[in-house]
Design a protein around this ligand. Structure first.
Ligand SMILES: O=P(O)(O)OC[C@H]1O[C@H](O)[C@H](O)[C@@H](O)[C@@H]1O
Length: 308
């Protein structure tokens, strides 16, 4: 696209919009667009962000060509929400059930302090347990998720989880963010140097990160504990930097399946591991405990910037 057509297209979009359509499985699909032409798509299946595009229409999140979008399958790509369990660290199914459920649109959410919400490119969703769900995880909760596109194109996910039952419960959570990258060999992750991590490839044993920035030459499947509020993912080939800002999410997961694991995964193309890196804001090592009536808030903000 040349600069003139880009500018005239941008000028036409002066308002933030929220559109709700149905996907091929009849599930609501919410499209957010900001005045600059950034867009995001969120499915009520899993409350999952499936797409995030910049003002030039370039996709910033990876989604596998083999992704199965039929509920209750988990969609491989975008930002699946792992709740109330991460991985196999508990008795529930892998990554908990939130990503498999159909969420509802929350038309009347409790007030939320949010400085970017005046531009209206956001959607509120809600997940509550059914009586069937209570047999699997016997806790009464309300999980509210706001997905928001800011006026400069950042994607924010704000979660509020409230204990509305009469017993304490605890949970883990991860925003399992599949970034789209040119090639994994071009990627560097900064902000995790010298931190301790739990290595899922070595029985969750604890190690300390030695090197400088993280680069990839083999499978990586780690939970970095107590990580900083900002992590950077640099893509040298695309000259793009993703910044991950997080609050209330002390840990960070880094995952790339590499070749062998990718071949074993049926909903991922053999070579597609090269086009993605998962870097998640998460709370895993110390599960979050909520007494009756208590609420937890976690915020994730993703921005995509040109590399300097
Ligand atoms: O295949 P999934 O259930 O979506 O999980 C994909 C991956 O998620 C996390 O990164 C885990 O640490 C990995 O062990 C797992 O392979």
């Amino acid at each position: 696209m040349n600069m003139n057509s880009y500018l005239s297209e941008r000028d036409q979009n002066t308002e933030a919009t929220v559109k709700i359509t149905k996907d091929k499985n009849g599930v609501d699909l919410v499209t957010l667009q900001n005045p600059r032409g950034f867009s995001a798509q969120v499915s009520l299946h899993g409350g999952q962000v499936l797409s995030w595009k910049n003002e030039r229409g370039e996709e910033l999140l990876f989604r596998s060509s083999k992704a199965n979008s039929k509920p209750p399958a988990a969609v491989r790509g975008g930002i699946p929400i792992c709740f109330p369990q991460f991985g196999n660290r508990g008795s529930l199914e892998q990554h908990g059930f939130a990503r498999n459920k159909i969420w509802e649109i929350d038309n009347d959410p409790p007030p939320l302090h949010c400085k970017d919400c005046d531009r209206k490119a956001f959607i509120d969703m809600l997940l509550k347990p059914s009586e069937e769900d209570m047999k699997i995880w016997p806790h009464r909760y309300e999980f509210r998720l706001r997905v928001l596109l800011t006026s400069d194109g950042a994607l924010k996910l704000i979660s509020r989880i409230r204990n509305i039952g009469s017993k304490v419960f605890s949970f883990s959570i991860a925003y399992h963010t599949y970034f789209s990258v040119s090639d994994i060999s071009e990627v560097r992750v900064e902000g995790l140097e010298t931190l301790d991590y739990l290595d899922n490839l070595h029985h969750k044993e604890r190690f300390t990160e030695q090197g400088d920035a993280l680069t990839f030459e083999t499978e990586v499947d780690r939970v970095y504990v107590g990580s900083p509020h900002i992590i950077g993912v640099f893509d040298h080939e695309k000259k793009r930097t993703f910044l991950i800002r997080k609050e209330g999410l002390p840990d960070a997961v880094v995952w790339n399946p590499w070749e062998k694991k990718a071949k074993a995964i049926t909903d991922m193309g053999d070579e597609e591991y090269r086009q993605t890196i998962c870097v998640d804001g998460a709370a895993i090592e110390k599960p979050i405990s909520l007494k009756p009536g208590e609420e937890w808030t976690g915020r994730l903000e993703l921005s995509a910037l040109p590399s300097i």
